[in-house]
Design a protein around this ligand. Structure first.
Ligand SMILES: [Zn+2]
Length: 69
């Protein structure tokens, strides 16, 4: 009986390289400017705040539904 050794299976996708996770740089987007000192304000979900002078600006979204009880 002839013995056929078929040990290692052919490696599939041997040449596939590990892809590095690319760093995503945020494009500079000029946000709201503080009307007091003119520096860029931090954007929050519902407001913009200035870290320099502490000025806060309430964000007004499209819906003008006033929540008043
Ligand atoms: Zn400011």
């Amino acid at each position: 009986m002839a013995e056929e050794k078929k040990g290692a299976a052919p490696k599939a996708e041997a040449g596939k390289k590990k892809e590095k996770a690319k760093k995503q740089f945020k494009p500079y987007t000029p946000g709201r400017q503080c009307s007091k000192c003119g520096s860029r304000m931090a954007e929050h979900s519902d407001r913009n705040t200035c870290g320099k002078c502490g000025y806060m600006e309430i964000r007004q979204k499209g819906d003008a539904s006033a929540k008043k009880n």
